[in-house]
Every structure is written in C-alpha cells, then in structure tokens.
Design a protein around this ligand. Structure first.
Ligand SMILES: [Zn+2]
Length: 65
C-alpha cells in the first residue's frame, strides 16, 4: 500500500457538506485530489490547474457551484 501524504487546507470549504477546514489535499495516481474528512467527499483537479499554481490558490478551483 502506498502511504498517501495528506495535508489539511486552511480555509477550504467542502463543496458537498460545506464543512470548513475539513479538506485534505493529497496526490492520487499523480493527480491532486481533495478529500473531506467530514463527509468523505473526494474531488480531483485537472493538470492545467496544477501548472497554474503550485500551492496557495490551488483550492480555489473547487467551487461549490
Ligand atoms: Zn464534506
């Protein structure tokens, strides 16, 4: 099993349950993935977003609606 390195993203809000500070970011199969520790919702983002920013505003891609 590959041990996934997850880190919480301060201020991020889950697009599904709207829980704040519950979003973890980790790499899954080379794709940046977020997971809500509250409801278990996961979401991946495209490679273009990875090129745009290496950190900081990365979570801004995930909008509730
Ligand atoms: Zn959630």
């Amino acid at each position: 099993m590959t041990k996934l390195k997850k880190r919480f993203i301060a201020g991020a809000r889950c697009p599904k349950c709207n829980a704040q500070d519950s979003i973890m970011l980790f790499m899954q199969n080379g794709v940046e993935t977020i997971e809500c520790s509250d409801c278990g919702h996961t979401q991946t983002q495209g490679s273009d977003a990875q090129q745009k920013s290496a950190g900081g505003d990365l979570i801004g891609v995930f909008k509730p609606e």
